[in-house]
Structure formats: C-alpha cells, structure tokens
Ligand binder design. Structure first.
Ligand code: ADP
Length: 448
C-alpha cells in the first residue's frame, strides 16, 4: 500500500478521497490555491502545499507545481478526483516520468476514450452499441449534410473534445444544419481549443443511463450496475439514481456484461463510466469518462463498495478481488447535487456561509466541504455538496430524501435545495417517468 498520496483537487471530492485514504492508513497531502487556504480539505489533510493563485489554470491545473508538491512531500501517488487533471493524459505521462503513480487508467486509455470519435470507434469495435452518426469528424457543411441525410433528422452536432455539455447543437432539418455546424465549431474552438465536430442522430426521448466499471489493468474487470442521470439541465446532471427506474435485472446484466467484457479487453485500470442514451429498449453509447464521477456515491450505496479505496488498491498493482457474481445490488439510492446558485435562475451565489446544518440519520450521507463561516470562492464550480439518500426501496428512498432536504440548512448563500423539494412533489418524479428533457420542460413551465 502507498504511504502517502497527494490529492490534486479541492472541495467535496478532495475530502472524499482524503477519507478513503485515511481509512486505508495512508497519509494525505492537500494542494490548494491562495483562494482555498482556509478550505476544509486543507484543514483535514496531514500536509498541504499552496500551488498557485486562484485561477485554476495557475493552480489546480498547474502540472509543474503539482509535481513539485509531490517531490517536496514525498507523495508516491496522485489522486486527481474529477474535473481538473483527472482526464489529462499528458499529466498521467508526466507523473510516470517522475515515478509517481497516477491513480487512474493508463495514459493510453485516457487518450483513446477522451477523444469522443476515437471512443465511439473503440466502443463499436469492442461490441458496444453506439448512436448512429458520422464515422469520424465532419470537416464542412457539405459532408455534414450528407451524413445527416443518411441518418435522418433531427441530428446533433457535438465537439470531439467536448465535455460539460458544451459545444452541442441540434439541427431539426437541413435549413438549420449550416448554422448548427458553424456554432458548434466555434463554441468547441473557444471552449476546448479544438474545433472538430461530429454528427449523431438526435434521440428525442432517451434516458441517460451509465454503467460503472472497475478494472485492475491486468485484464480483470466487473461492472457495478447503472446510474440513471436523466434529470439534467443544460446537459448537466442534477439528480442521479441507482438503480434506474427503467431497467430490469436482465437488461442490467446484458449491457453491464458487454461493458465489463470491453473493459477486460482494454485492460482498463481503476474506475470508469460508460455512458449511454437509452430509448425504446435500446442502448446507444455516447462517451466514456475515465475517472471517478460526481455521482459515484449512489453506486457505493447499492453495492457497499468504497470506489475510491478500490481505485487506490488497484493502483498499487493488486489484482481485482471480485468476480462479477461477487457484486450484489441492494436497495435504492438518489443523489442531489446541491449548488450555490439561485434555484430559479441558476446564477451562481458565492459568498460567506453564515451557518450550515447537514441532515443525518439512517441512510443519509452528505459529501460536502462546507462549514459555518466558510467563504465560497467565485472561481470554481458551484457544487457545494451532495446529498445521497439510501433506502430499501425507491419509495423509502424518496420519503427519506424529502425528510433529509427538510433538515438541510445553508444560510448566507442561495442553494438549489428548493428545486429538489419542488421535484419531489411531481408525479413523474415519484413514478420515475422522466427522460433527459423532462427537467428543462419543467423549469420552463410557469410556476404553479
Ligand atoms: P459531455 O461530454 O459534454 O457531457 P455527452 O456526450 O456526455 O457530452 O452528452 C451529454 C448529454 O447531452 C447527454 O446526457 C444527453 O442529455 C445529451 N445528448 C448527447 N448526445 C445526444 C444525442 N445523440 N441525442 C440526444 N441527446 C444527446
């Protein structure tokens, strides 16, 4: 086992990793920007190193500063969390050159799956069903027009380097195509420095269902079931649940088994998520995330596994101790992403948290780095906490969620807690009848 690891992240996920490491008897090093000197992850870590000014590009994305922090503290491995450098193949390469273990998959796997076109090609070759679309990037409107005609409208134009729901444009007919392609290209160029785009059939009423995987890099891999992340705003997840209200055990075994076999073939190491759209009983691969995800706790709740500890164990070279039949699913879990935002307009609401009280009790987990008196800096993501609720059944889980939300207090900044309270009054949510467009429609409806 490692003696010391460095956590190259901040906020709730830095805390999450720190907790897993400490339970394994591993010392932790926090890194932080000057804006985060008072952050909880810095307070709780065994050691901390300031790696730069507030802007992420100068601190949490500053590779030389992070490598130097490892060398100063003697950290043997780096956990990247999610976001920031977690899917940066160059970072994984550089750590390797310095004999520091990157806790995650190989740089090669990150590179392949990080390029969305390459990822689709790989998935298809490994027997995973994909969304119909262009074979590669589309260079101009003429070739876009040809692909769109073949697959049929509506189509969605997506950035090869995409992420975070950016750089996507829908065209419902040929007349809309030209503008959609050029807007997607320029958005992609601005956001990712790479303007390449590709085309997919736009699915009208899909659910977003993703399969969690865990592999040891030596050819052993299992799937840990699915998460339903269909409740989204601007293509970003808001609420996630496991299991999906839409799947049965047979469908789960079928798609999960396919994904696990693909990961065995790739010799995938660590945790990863293979994302699908699901419509009319069919799965369509959209992308793979080669890292821990924000919504991993719902999978932990129904499997009883600590995914971060599993990541760390396989990173030491230990073989995966599980066969697929060892993985059992029990109960139901829901996660709500609590953001410091106005719950109607979603404008960020940074500032001082005057008081905070977290819900507790059986089946309630709060992953958050907030404390009373903490000042939420304006420089980073507005996620300030995750409420994860577990119950024997989906019904029990929803009742518990309602109860937990009513206990949750954050004073001084606005949060999205009222949005979840509104959602729990909706029949479609109670019944589990929603697709990826449900939330946007709900938000655009005049409030009763
Ligand atoms: P990102 O990497 O930016 O998160 P994804 O490819 O994972 O992009 O897509 C994010 C979301 O965008 C999906 O969960 C879904 O809501 C929507 N989306 C993506 N592709 C399609 C498609 N072909 N048809 C309909 N919606 C899509």
């Amino acid at each position: 086992m490692f003696d010391k690891i460095l956590i190259a992240n901040r906020g709730e996920i830095a805390l999450r990793v720190l907790r897993a490491a400490r339970e394994l008897g591993i010392h932790t090093v926090a890194v932080h920007s000057t804006a985060d000197a008072d952050a909880m992850h810095v307070r709780l870590a065994d050691e901390s190193v300031c790696i730069g000014p507030p802007a992420a590009k100068d601190s949490y994305l500053n590779i030389p500063a992070i490598v130097a922090a490892c060398e100063i503290t003697g950290a043997e491995a780096v956990h990247p969390g999610y976001g920031f450098l977690s899917e940066n193949a160059k970072f994984a390469d550089i750590l390797k050159e310095h004999n520091i273990k990157f806790i995650g998959p190989s740089a090669e796997n990150i590179r392949t799956m990080g390029d969305k076109i390459e990822a689709k090609r790989t998935a298809k070759a490994l027997g995973i069903p994909v969304v119909p679309g262009s074979e590669g990037g589309v260079a101009d409107v003429a070739s876009a027009r040809k692909v769109a005609k073949d697959i049929g409208y509506p189509v969605i134009i997506k950035a090869t380097a995409g992420g975070g729901g950016r750089g996507m444009k829908v065209a419902r007919n040929e007349g809309e195509l030209e503008l959609a392609v050029s807007t997607a290209q320029s958005e992609a160029k601005a956001a990712f420095g790479n303007g390449e785009v590709y085309i997919e059939k736009y699915l009208e009423k899909p659910r977003h269902i993703e399969i969690q995987v865990l592999g040891d890099g030596q050819g052993r891999a299992v799937h840990l079931g699915e998460r339903d992340c269909s409740l989204q705003r601007r293509h970003q997840k808001v609420w996630e649940e496991a299991m999906s209200p839409a799947l049965n055990a047979q469908q789960r075994d079928e798609i999960g088994g396919r994904v696990a076999r693909a990961m065995q073939e790739m010799k995938y190491e660590g945790v990863g998520t293979v994302e699908f759209l699901y419509e009319n009983g069919e799965f369509y691969f959209i992308e793979m995330n080669t890292r821990l995800q924000v919504e991993h706790p719902v999978t932990e709740a129904i499997t009883g596994l600590d995914l971060v500890q599993e990541q760390i164990r396989v990173a030491t070279g230990a073989p995966l101790p599980y066969k697929q039949s060892d993985i059992q699913f029990a109960g139901h879990a829901i996660e709500c992403r609590i953001n410091a935002e106005n719950p109607e307009s979603f404008t960020p609401s940074p500032g001082r948290v005057d008081a905070v009280h977290f819900p507790g009790g059986l089946g309630v987990r709060v992953d958050s780095a907030l404390y009373s008196g903490y000042r939420i800096p304006p420089y980073y993501d507005s996620l300030i906490g995750k409420l994860i609720v577990f119950g024997k059944s989906r019904t029990e889980c929803m009742m518990r969620l309602r109860r937990a939300l009513s206990e949750f207090v954050v004073e001084g900044v606005e949060t999205t807690i009222p949005l979840f309270q509104r959602l729990l009054a909706e029949h479609d949510i109670i019944d589990g009848h929603y697709d990826i467009h449900w939330l946007e429609k709900f938000l655009s409806r005049p409030k009763a």
